[in-house]
Design a protein around this ligand. Structure first.
Ligand code: SF4
Ligand code: SF4
Length: 205
């Protein structure tokens, strides 16, 4: 991909220089789109790795502030890095999206509900004790859920959950019936801790 960053900006900012090098390795082939869950689900080029790379390039190259549109598409990226497994050019998408997220934090003021939700997540998720308390509180508050249906942050959570469910279903539909070695894909998933509910740390009982 051709880039037009100002040389003095690249010299002054090593992270920008590193992102520029990565951008130049993308050849626009689009192979990555086939393995991106958000593109598979939404069918929008702007929600594909290639589309996000274009948006990130435009933002970083021009030194522009993040716009709500770019924030929407970068926020939808799950950082699953599935796109990196199918890229023939070894585009280091992870660095690009991390750089874009840092740039967004510096140049974009999120709506209040969004900021509150993020602050809550940052307060709760890294601490197992707080997380356990939050789960217990959520269990007691479950009957009140319909009362929060009109709260924007609540709607965003529901959309995100629906998106994740649909992406999981869409990817499962594309799963081959059999895997190398002769077993069923379903069995391989069951015996692979990283691919079943419970995640990487789960063990067979
Ligand atoms: S597969 Fe790699 S080179 Fe091709 S468009 Fe995607 S990121 Fe760019
Ligand atoms: S990290 Fe995952 S969701 Fe994000 S662009 Fe790559 S494949 Fe798509």
């Amino acid at each position: 991909m051709q880039t037009a960053f100002a040389p003095e900006r690249l010299a002054a900012d090593p992270q920008l220089a590193s992102s520029e090098k990565i951008l130049r390795t993308c050849v626009h082939c689009g192979f990555c789109t086939a393995t991106c869950p958000t593109y598979v689900l939404l069918g929008d080029e702007l929600d594909s790795p290639r589309g996000r790379i274009y948006q990130i390039k435009d933002m970083l190259e021009g030194g522009k502030d993040a716009t709500p549109e770019i924030v929407k598409h970068v926020d939808r990226c799950l950082s699953c890095l599935s796109c990196m497994t199918t890229c023939p050019s070894d585009v280091h998408y992870m660095h690009l999206v991390d750089h874009a997220r840092a740039h967004i934090e510096q140049t974009y003021r999120r709506p209040l509900a969004d900021r509150l939700m993020r602050a809550t997540l940052a307060f709760v998720l890294p601490h197992p004790g707080r997380f356990r308390l939050a789960l217990a509180a959520a269990w007691f508050a479950k009957p009140l859920a319909p009362l929060f249906s009109s709260v924007p942050a609540g709607a965003a959570w529901r959309d995100a959950a629906a998106c994740a469910r649909k992406a999981r279903g869409a990817l499962r539909d594309r799963e081959p019936a059999r895997v190398p070695g002769g077993g069923r894909a379903q069995d391989a998933r069951r015996h692979s801790p990283g691919l079943r509910p419970g995640g990487a740390g789960a063990r067979d009982q």
